[in-house]
Design a protein around this ligand. Structure first.
Ligand SMILES: [Zn+2]
Length: 479
């Protein structure tokens, strides 16, 4: 029998707010010493009162709007009770029956060229727990992460393969970064996945029994864990066994999922409305205001770069996948007016220097306006592409204004044709053998003369004009 996987994803992204969800501790905890971003509120001391961070709610709604979700006017926070050493309160503050957003969806582009819409059940807000590190001597706990704000994005069980799930997760990451709701940087622990997987005979409508595997923290482990679970369940079903509904963990070294505990039902968490936080009332005006903040998303941008700017698909996708890169490109293009050349200079020359320095585009030493100016100088014929490449590193290092740099260095293309003709004539006079070869039909001999003229002018002549002038002079000469 052939089985079809049914996959749903729960994605946790840390909201990119300045401070934590209910206190004033900094939310920027990466590489911080353990237990330095803590206070009585996020440490769960008795009697402390949480105060909901408005920025967290707004960014959560912003993320939800970018996923096409509906925003109900009224939602609330709930207590989700469970006991674990990294959760000092003894409960998580999450959202149960009235989340801040519902009913959205995004579209993914599959490798066969088709597209598919993946439904999103809800995006809700919740706080994160601390972090346990198990060592030989015992278990260490770091509460820096405790109380940092999360949005949990729950998909419909619409995914049917590892490929679809991976594309969906990557798409979510791009969208969250584009709207600035989350940096979703997995290296910094800002994005994690839980996967729900079940199998059913192809053609059957009812879902099979599912397993849930928690806390996958890279795209690679997401894909590996999905492949493993699909294979594991297929083997159980093919041998006539039954899949157990349970929560599993992922062992990144052995690349296997491991049974952890029976699946909890909602009742196990004893949800009830969080008494210390008033309900969240979202007005229509607030939603409209947030909608205005949503920029053009990467898919639309890539389409526009192709249809309006005439860029090839590869350039369009490369430029638009990162909001900062796209913004840099657009700022440079505004000055240069030349889409393809600007894209070339950005994606090859500038990227090479940034990569060598280990910098991202937002950390670039060169301002986009100056890249735009350089491209314009080439486009206007004021300097040659070769000169531009020669001086680019210097311009980049010092964020120089290319116009001034070219002027100061005397690198402008020789526009004085009289002067250029004089030099060409001198080169012709000095090279009777090459001239004879050329006149004898050796077309290639001309490049020898062009090279010498370029050498004499320090590369500041336009090779095309040199070519023309040489041909003209040679045709006139009677040598
Ligand atoms: Zn705190």
């Amino acid at each position: 029998m052939e089985f079809e996987p049914v996959i749903g994803l729960e994605v946790h992204c840390r909201i990119s707010s300045k401070t934590k969800m209910f206190c004033r501790c900094s939310n920027d905890i990466f590489n911080a010493k353990p237990n330095t971003h803590v206070c009585p509120v996020c440490m769960g001391f008795p009697g402390m009162l949480p105060l909901l961070n408005e920025e967290v709610v707004k960014k959560g709604i912003l993320g939800a709007l970018a996923l096409g979700c509906e925003i109900p006017g009224f939602s609330k926070m709930d207590r989700k009770s469970y006991f674990y050493p990294d959760l000092p309160k003894g409960f998580q503050i999450s959202q149960y029956d009235l989340p801040v957003s519902v009913k959205g969806g995004i579209t993914i582009a599959l490798s066969d060229g088709s597209t598919k819409r993946i439904g999103i059940t809800r995006l809700h807000l919740e706080d994160d727990a601390g972090k346990l590190t198990h060592t030989a001597g015992g278990t260490l706990v770091d509460f820096n992460r405790s109380g940092t704000p999360l949005m949990e994005i729950v998909s419909e069980p619409d995914l049917r393969s590892t490929e679809e799930a991976s594309l969906y997760a990557r798409q979510l990451q791009k969208i969250m970064r584009y709207v600035g709701a989350s940096d979703a940087d997995m290296e910094k622990g800002m994005m994690r996945f839980d996967i729900n997987v079940s199998l059913r005979p192809r053609g059957q409508k009812e879902f099979g029994v599912r397993s849930e595997t928690k806390n996958l923290n890279s795209f690679r482990s997401l894909e590996k864990a999905l492949d493993y679970e699909i294979k594991r369940q297929t083997e159980i079903l093919e041998s006539g066994g039954t899949v157990v509904q349970e929560t599993r963990g992922w062992d990144d070294n052995k690349e296997v999922t491991i049974s952890q505990r029976g699946k909890e039902e909602a009742a196990d968490y004893r949800y009830f409305p969080e008494p210390d936080i008033p309900p969240i009332v979202v007005t229509r005006e607030m939603v409209e205001e947030l909608k205005k903040q949503i920029p053009e998303l990467h898919d639309k941008k890539a389409d526009r770069y192709q249809s309006e700017l005439g860029l090839p698909a590869q350039d369009a996708h490369q430029l638009s996948h990162d909001a900062a890169l796209a913004a840099y490109f657009e700022a440079a293009l505004e000055v240069s007016g030349e889409p393809k050349k600007t894209s070339n200079w950005l994606l090859s020359e500038l990227m090479a220097l940034l990569n060598a320095d280990g910098l991202s585009i937002s950390e670039s030493k060169l301002a986009p306006e100056n890249l735009g100016k350089l491209v314009k100088l080439i486009e206007d014929g004021a300097i040659t592409g070769k000169i531009a490449k020669d001086i680019f590193k210097e311009i980049y290092e010092g964020n120089l204004d290319p116009e001034k740099a070219v002027e100061e260095k005397g690198l402008k293309v020789m526009s004085d044709t009289g002067e250029l003709e004089k030099i060409c004539q001198q080169i012709i006079d000095r090279n009777p053998q090459i001239v004879a070869d050329f006149k004898g039909g050796k077309e290639k001999a001309l490049s020898g003369l062009v090279g010498q003229v370029m050498g004499v002018t320090g590369g500041s002549a336009n090779p095309k004009s040199v070519n023309e002038i040489l041909r003209k002079l040679l045709a006139e000469s009677t040598l």
